[in-house]
Design a protein around this ligand. Structure first.
Ligand code: PEP
Ligand code: MN
Length: 263
């Protein structure tokens, strides 16, 4: 069902007033993790000044170490919703567990399925059966074919509002956190009818590569770019090395806007 052979025209994913997949290019920005109301509010206000309305933020965080910050959970979703309602924005947040899907529906506009859960088939089936767009990230070591099968799990339950997100894959290369598989974008666009985003933060893991990676993503035909922004990355509770601060975000947007079709 995800195949373009079955459905030649692009699937447009509707997030409130915003349409993803109709040829325009979008930016989904926001902190790695929700830490406080003030933190999210500052990022939201900066985004609004740039004309952006799609904000990400993790409330349930899939951390490598069990001793690292695990996220604020439901409280994090509540903070996101409150700020989004105040600022007229839409929010995207990762859900890790089938038990949290139902309560999340009241707060998020898009459910994110993270790389570590790309093959959590029960979670995929469950989000396939709800009326909410899903942003599906490519697994840490997933092939493009496995990525498409993961999307197939969702669509086979009736939900075709799926955005694919290339976020880098694990290779032998250590210069970047993951290896951004930029050619996955045109392959996924050709093989499927779903919109495709590129997460430049988790793929590169390097602030100095966010801008060139974003330009490459937009030039190669991605429907948008995801990147992380934090008011004070130095004290961030996760991904502190690679989140942009507000000044860096403004600079990033100024440079990247010329490359995008329309935000
Ligand atoms: C995230 O986007 O917050 C995240 C954890 O990314 P990924 O699942 O791609 O590692
Ligand atoms: Mn992160």
């Amino acid at each position: 069902l995800v195949s373009r052979k079955k459905k030649p025209e692009n699937t447009v994913v509707q997030i409130n007033e915003t349409k993803i997949g109709n040829g325009n290019q979008h930016f989904i920005m926001g902190p790695c993790a929700v830490e406080s109301y003030d933190q999210v509010k500052l990022v939201a206000q900066a985004m609004k000044k740039q004309g952006l309305s799609l904000m990400r933020g993790g409330a349930y965080k899939p951390r490598t170490s069990p001793y690292d910050f695990q996220g604020l959970g439901l409280e994090g979703l509540q903070i996101l919703r409150r700020v989004a309602d105040e600022e007229g924005m839409s929010i995207i947040s990762e859900i890790l567990d089938t038990r949290d899907v139902e309560s999340a529906l009241d707060y998020v506009d898009v459910i994110q399925i993270g790389a570590r859960n790309m093959q959590n088939f029960e979670l995929l089936k469950l989000v396939g059966s709800v009326q909410k767009p899903v942003l599906l990230k490519r697994g840490l070591s997933a092939t493009i074919e496995e990525f498409m099968y993961a999307a197939e799990y969702i669509i086979s339950q009736g939900n075709n509002q799926i955005i694919l997100c290339e976020r880098g894959i694990r290779t032998y290369e250590k210069a970047t956190r993951n290896t951004l598989d930029i050619s996955a974008v045109p392959i996924l666009k050709k093989e499927t009818h779903l919109p495709v985003l590129v997460d430049v933060t988790h793929s590169t893991g390097r602030k100095d590569l966010l801008l060139p990676a974003a330009k490459a993503a937009l030039a190669i035909g991605a429907d948008g770019v995801m990147a992380e922004v934090h008011p004070d990355p130095a004290v961030a509770l996760s991904d502190s090395a690679q989140q942009m601060d507000i000044d860096e975000f403004n600079q990033f947007m100024a440079e990247v806007k010329g490359f995008a079709e329309v935000i």
